[in-house]
Design a protein around this ligand. Sequence first.
Ligand SMILES: [Ca+2]
Ligand SMILES: [Ca+2]
Ligand SMILES: [Ca+2]
Ligand SMILES: [Ca+2]
Length: 268
Amino acid sequence: MSARAARRAAALSLTLTGVLSWVQAWGGGQPAAWDVPRAGTAPVVDGVAADPAWSDVAWRDMKHLMWGSEPAPDDFSGRYKLVWTPQALYLLAEITDDVLIDTNADPLARYWEDDALEFFLDEDASGGIHLHDYNAFAQHVSLDNQSADMGPFASEEDEAAGRAYVRTYPEMVTSAWRRAAQAPHPLTWELKITVFGDDFHDDPDRPQAKPVALAAGKVMGFMLAYCDADSPAGREHFMGDVAVEPVDGDRNRGYIDADVFGRITLVE
Ligand SMILES: [Ca+2]
Ligand SMILES: [Ca+2]
Ligand SMILES: [Ca+2]
Ligand SMILES: [Ca+2]
């Protein structure tokens, strides 16, 4: 079988697996567990979707409301796909958003209130609370292509005062996007996500943890969302690809609890 035929067979198998999961788990919508195919050649992270790695990979719709109001399609709509290499996960998103805005110039200030592509990653699929530790990540990739998240508290005093530690993660995220010349001018947004586990840390006196080498069969927690702000008033819609079960009516659980993420399996 040629490499291309093998990829097509894998894609067909992926589709059938997806349909079965869909029927079994949901009876509607997309499954919360899905397969991610390997890229023969890593895509170039440049905001152009022409890379061969992206062809024949299924899209996931970002149609589940997690917070705020339901947007009209021209206000926000989005979809994305994932591929992997041993070095990294790669993400291609196609986002329609009528107004792009970056009200808070400081990348560490109220980053969830500006337009942001937010990915959720739990390297060992452990699930569980990750609000102030590296059990999992909720990376907010901003329009300036930097990514912000909360790490562990910087000190016991900060923890007692509830002062969160926020930083950017250039070792983890490379980002590039551009808008189409044709209306409605969707963004093509590409990410390279270097995967780190829960041994990631902020201690300057120790060498940083090594990125995790990816291989077929690996299972990780993952989902993607978009924070849509269209004015300085901040986020209006928060839309993702996984239907989160509400807790006391609240579906905005991803930044706290990795149990609500989807599950991806890396396949050849
Ligand atoms: Ca590209
Ligand atoms: Ca919008
Ligand atoms: Ca974990
Ligand atoms: Ca917006």
